[in-house]
Design a protein around this ligand. Structure first.
Ligand code: 5AD
Ligand code: FES
Length: 350
């Protein structure tokens, strides 16, 4: 098994079977072996810098009904909210003062925010904060919408593909949603010129080691600038309420494998990882991640953007999270930096 990791480190490609054997057979010793290499590689490109992204969850209305997600349309218990442009600008101001140079506008697929409204919000943020990168995460749109947002100044787009296996996708989503359309969106976003982030959940219902191996093959093909992964965590008001969560160990192992597979990639240590273990985010960094995405949304709406149960930081002010993360990163010898945190070599990724 170590030999497979050595081959990855040397830049060689692994077959799906080889990835699957690593994923189904890993233990703590192999994880240590992997993390030593993934950290060394991450350090080569990004030193011990950790980039922060200010996440603004601006709407929890969603027209979709993904089976795993707490803000799915059918969840009648979700208390819905929308932030106005002024609310959003206030979040950015607060974030800027705290040293954020990337803002991420994330929301459910909410038709209330027409292209016109989005373009207005995007251009206001880019005019107000010209030295900041703006990331959108608002789901599947048409080419025209993506192009309009890009022309208005959006720099990056996050669209987790959720699974690289179309059969698995159909078990996680209602039949109206198409895996192929989601993948097409990712290629479309890249062709428009966005820095693109994809991603998936670890330990989602029905996922196999082969599916996770497929993820790495898919990443090698798409070559995204960023990959967001976190453990699946059940939400009590969804059809997956009784499904078991993904594990921290497997999520960390996947982070290490992603770092070796795409050395330059921006890799967040996610809130979901911090939710299943108190030191999950620190461990994510120590497995090869280099990005953290704390919340800038007003505390009044935090608890309402509940994708899964027990989400952390829902009661903390942005400034508290910022300080908390700085301390956490310092405790493991890493530095939170005030920087847009672009991918070191976008051309290598494309
Ligand atoms: N557990 C973990 N992650 C989830 N997401 C949505 N629901 C859950 C859940 N129950 C993730 C999805 C989505 C991202 C915004 O959050 O991958 O793309
Ligand atoms: Fe939010 Fe620690 S990061 S309280």
């Amino acid at each position: 098994m170590k030999e497979l990791i050595d081959r990855l480190e040397a830049g060689q490609e692994l077959s799906k079977e080889e990835y699957a054997s690593l994923i189904s057979g890993f233990d703590s010793q192999l994880s240590e072996y992997l993390f030593e290499k993934s950290c060394r590689l991450r350090q080569k490109f990004y030193r011990k810098d950790v980039y922060i992204r200010g996440l603004i969850e601006f709407t929890n209305y969603c027209k979709n009904d993904c089976l795993y997600c707490g803000i799915r349309r059918s969840n009648k218990n979700a208390e819905r909210y929308r932030l106005s442009k002024d609310d959003i600008m206030l979040c950015c101001h607060e974030g800027y003062d705290l040293g954020f140079r990337t803002f991420v506008l994330q929301g459910g697929e909410d038709p209330y925010y027409t292209d016109e409204k989005m373009v207005d919000i995007i251009s206001s943020i880019k005019t107000g904060f010209p030295d900041c990168a703006l990331t959108l995460s608002v789901g599947e749109k048409t080419h025209e919408s993506y192009k309009a947002f890009f022309d208005a100044g959006a720099d990056r787009y996050l669209l987790r593909h959720e699974t690289a296996n179309p059969m698995h996708y159909s078990k996680l989503h209602p039949s109206g949603l198409s895996w192929q359309n989601r993948i097409n969106c990712l290629y479309d976003l890249k062709s428009i010129g966005y820095q693109v982030g994809c991603g998936f959940m670890v330990g989602s219902p029905y996922q196999t080691a082969e599916d996770l191996a497929q993820e790495l093959i898919f990443l090698k093909k798409l070559k995204p600038h960023m990959v967001g992964i976190g453990p699946f965590i059940a939400h009590h008001d969804t059809p997956f309420r009784d499904e078991k969560s993904g594990t921290m160990e497997l999520t960390l192992f996947m982070l290490g494998l992603i770092r070796l597979t795409l050395p330059y990639v921006l890799l967040p240590s996610t809130t979901a990882l911090g939710t299943i273990h108190p030191l999950g985010r620190e461990k994510g960094i120590l497995a090869g991640a280099n990005v953290i995405m704390p919340n800038l949304s007003p505390v009044s709406v935090r608890k309402k953007y509940l994708l899964y149960d027990n989400k952390i930081c829902t009661g903390d002010e942005a400034a508290e999270c910022r300080q908390c993360l700085q301390n956490r990163m310092k405790s493991i010898g890493y530095n939170v930096v005030t920087d847009r945190g672009d991918c070191v070599s976008p051309s290598m990724q494309l």
